[in-house]
Design a protein around this ligand. Sequence first.
Ligand code: MRU
Length: 367
Amino acid sequence: MKINDKPYRTIWLDENNPSLVKIIDQRLLPHQFVVEELRTVEDCATAIRDMHVRGAGLIGAAAGFGMYLAQLQSPPDDADYLRQAAELLIATRPTARNLAWAVNRMQQAVYEESTPAARERRALTEARKIADEDAEYCRRLGEHGLEIIKDISRRKQGPVNILTHCNAGWLAFVDYGSATAPIYAAQKAGIDLHVWVDETRPWLQGSRLTAWELGQQGVPHTLIADNTGGHLMQHGMVDLIIVGTDRTTRCGDVANKIGTYLKALAAHDNGVPFYVALPSSTFDWQICDGLAEIPIEERSDTEIRYISGALDNGETGRVAIAPPHTRGANYGFDVTPARLISGLITERGICGANEKEITRLFPPEVR
Ligand code: MRU
């Protein structure tokens, strides 16, 4: 996608030095645009853990490149080096499935080769493939999701109002995004649309990232406080909700940014279609019951007790928003049960959020 009209991906290799991984440091957006260089697997682990990069698809891609850097760093006689690197990366963030999926895929590929040189080449190819596939699958799911927006637009006057939560935009993937891909496809198709952007406390992925990337692409949007969606739905001001997901079970339960479940409940009560967009790397085929089986990340309560942003003097800073000794609980994600989901938008098409329909699109041999 574009930043000031220049095309970017969220992660790439330096064109003159393929052992240098580059990312956009998302902690600083929208106030500063800074490209950061990652040279080691430890750099990649820090970038994922501390959210320089975030979003399910992007942390999968970053983990892929992290494993590639680990292979470059690996001493020739240390058979355990790559396994330790894998553990380091997987431990950074527990909820998004794409992370462990990418690490396992890298390990499998590398272990098929026997010499260090062949392993390095293979690691580079596989990491690039993971990133390219992420972008391509998001592009394809955008085409499928476009049909839902087209259908609504045919039936109503004025813009299609779409609500989204958090940032499942191109910043959360390698390109296009998951929830935003149908929106960008609809914009390209000339459909009149408008996006309600949940601010997404506490990390503010909505106000800092989604609002910024929609603005960069020229998509009309309005920022709302997290609790506004229910009111808008009661007044017919939301035609469709599209969110992303960090882990989806084979039975259709979805873990996404904290607060998603409440949006799904309000959507159900108001008859608003609630869709979840995902590339298949987000499926966890091993589990069915999302509430019981998806690990939910808990982060520092500093993220709840302080808020960061640009000060009036143009500098960035943070302010306390709670009494000094008040403790906070900071759950990163919640689970939306399949019964509240109208459909899953994937790179292979749209299906119901249930095991039978998911299996029809993704039979065991393609998983
Ligand atoms: O904590 P984050 O920012 O890594 O959370 C991920 C998300 O942005 C959301 O949960 C998103 O909706 C799904 S990730 C594509």
